[in-house]
Design a protein around this ligand. Structure first.
Ligand code: AHM
Ligand code: MG
Length: 332
């Protein structure tokens, strides 16, 4: 059984850029993931649950573990000399790690991260996750990073992945050659390859949406939900919604299902963040043989305009996403 390090050293993921950079990057991801795993696991026993009393840039209550995870990942990236710029869902501005930018030897990465996604589930012992997205510096000759290095289209990602803190802790990632999942053996602190080449199964069976928002959805979405519930062919689909994107996506990629966070009458841009949540999950979706869209357009082709911008988000097996897009076209 491969460890994550062995998998990369043997180039099993077909990464075409610097292997040393990839190893350094995952060394920081693994360390931070283990620290967060440990903290999440004992959260009920320590004082590390509940609100930090602060609001994040989105005006949402920041949980203590949101902040812990943000700080842990940032500190870990800073010490591996492979990341030159970081943007986090928990921080208003991007962070520059200045001294690394002139290093000509390795690829220098720009990392966008949602340090702890699914915050509303922290206090109640339900799966949460970390989502990350990696780009190369846009202008490699310039010594100064600008906002444009962070506002690259999702189709420029070179790595994307997530860590799910669930019944076990798993790291799932892609470098553009399939999706691979590693499970943490907490007794020795090592991630082992447990899910090589993950792809959506042939048969779709789940739909995931917060249908407490039903009356605020557009007609296309309402009709699609009814379609999922109809008794016909392989329907009705099963409804499953945790309210943690990572948890919902992880289940759907394994069992075959569509995840939707569409626009609502109150939130015309939906809720999820294009750079920290949608782009990395869209990259993984496509690599697993699926499709990710805002209802009209491929997520990975959207030109970001700001760091914290939101977008309606749909991802899942091709057939299901195409069907939903048909409904949107017909009824909106
Ligand atoms: P967060 O980054 O504050 O945790 O918000 C993102 C989360 C997603 O994980 C999840 O899919 C969605 O918000 C759930 O939202 P809602 O409670 O509105 O259904
Ligand atoms: Mg989030």
């Amino acid at each position: 059984m491969y460890t994550l390090g062995e998998f990369i050293i043997e180039n099993k993921d077909g990464y075409s850029h610097s292997k040393e950079s990839l190893l350094r990057f995952f060394s920081s991801i693994k360390l931070a993931a283990k620290a967060v795993h440990k903290e999440v696991n004992k959260a009920g026993l320590t004082k590390n649950i509940g609100s930090s009393g602060k609001k994040n840039i989105q005006g949402e209550n920041q949980q203590k573990l949101d902040f812990f995870s943000h700080k842990t990942f940032i500190d870990s990236f800073k010490s591996r000399e492979v990341v030159c710029g970081i943007a986090s869902e928990e921080s208003r501005d991007f962070i520059i790690i200045d001294k690394k930018i002139n290093n000509p030897i390795e690829d220098q990465y720009i990392v966008l991260i949602d340090p702890l996604d699914g915050s509303s589930n922290i206090d109640v012992n339900v799966s949460i996750g970390t989502i990350f997205s990696v780009y190369k510096m846009k202008y490699t000759n310039k010594c100064k990073l600008t906002i444009n290095d962070f506002l690259q289209k999702g189709n420029q990602q070179i790595i994307a992945g997530y860590i799910i803190y669930g019944t076990s802790t798993m790291l799932v990632y892609t470098t553009g050659n399939g999706v691979h999942g590693f499970t943490l053996d907490p007794s020795i602190g090592t991630f082992y390859l447990s899910h090589p080449n993950i792809s959506f199964p042939e048969k779709e069976k789940i739909y995931s949406i917060n249908d407490g928002n039903y009356v605020k959805f557009s007609n296309g979405i309402k009709k699609f939900i009814r379609y999922c519930q109809e008794e016909y062919e392989n329907r009705p689909y099963t409804a499953r919604y945790i309210g943690s994107l990572v948890g919902d996506f992880h289940r759907n990629i394994i069992h075959g299902g569509i995840y939707m966070y569409p626009k609502t009458s109150l939130f015309p841009n939906g809720k999820l963040r294009l750079l920290y949540e949608c782009n990395p999950i869209a990259f993984l979706t496509e690599q697993a043989g699926g499709k990710a869209s805002n209802g009209y357009k491929r997520i990975l082709d959207i030109q970001p305009a700001s760091l914290h911008q939101r977008t309606p988000f749909i991802c899942g097996p091709n057939k299901m996403v195409n069907k939903l897009e048909e409904f949107i076209k017909k009824y909106e």
